[in-house]
Write a new protein. Sequence first.
Length: 319
Amino acid sequence: MSKKRSDKFSLHPDGTRIAAKIAMIYLAFGTFWILLSDHILALLATDFFRFSRLQTYKGAIYVVLTSFFLFGLVLYYIRNLRQQEEALRQVVQGVAESTGPAFFTTLVKHLASALGVDYAFIGRLDPQDASRIVTLAFFNQGKISDNFHYELKDSPCAMVLEGEICFHPQRVQELFPQDKGLRDLNVESYLGIPMRDSNGKPFGLIAVMHRQPLPNGPMAESLLRIFATRVATEIQRQKAEEDLLTQSQQMRTIFDSVNTMIYVADLENYELLYLNEYGERIAGKNWQGKTCFEALQSGKGGPCEFCTNARLVKDGQPQ
């Protein structure tokens, strides 16, 4: 049995859905009680007065039974919500101070622990080959294991990358017989949530797997929904930092190839922030922490007469 749903955010199961479940259970119980009890009364009552008295007893018993019945149902859902909140608290506390690659490994570890599953992983589409997934963190039966890549074809993850929540509470190997990874890990159940970029396009997933039917699927889904957004944000933040570093390195390469001095100085305090290789050959390599006039103009104790910084800043703001 498998389930596909949209990945609309939800912290708890929908309140209307819970209320509808309780109402339907109550309706079924009430209908069963009326039909069965009336049949029993018809067998027991031999006269009108006896029948009337038994009807009164039946009503009192019904009120008592339904009170306990409703109490049990509401208590069950309250405990379920509290369990979700406690699991969320544990995961949040576990990853609160983690950033970068450590965030991913810490998250899968705490997710697996909170949900009681054998496997948890975070993966994204391979930038070099969109037909496969590269994992960023993989929790494997009690420990963090090496990252790996695998083909999307014939795997439940392919459905997730189409934008669907993919939940297979049991017999997932029978549904995806060509997925060698599921067989090797002896996976019985699977839950995967897509991660989306700023344009809403799926680019990765966060998933948990278990060698038995997945315990408490709704709670697992709620947690993964929450952290899919957080992980997607972290991945995109790291990607932006990598792009910025690449651009910076490219600019340095260009500036260092020019046979003229290029430097960057703070507009307010004149501290030298960057000096290309040509400038270092003239001023030396010990320019860090010095002002531009100290490092580049021998004997200068203040800004140069030709300095334009004063015209580039107005009321503390660059012009």
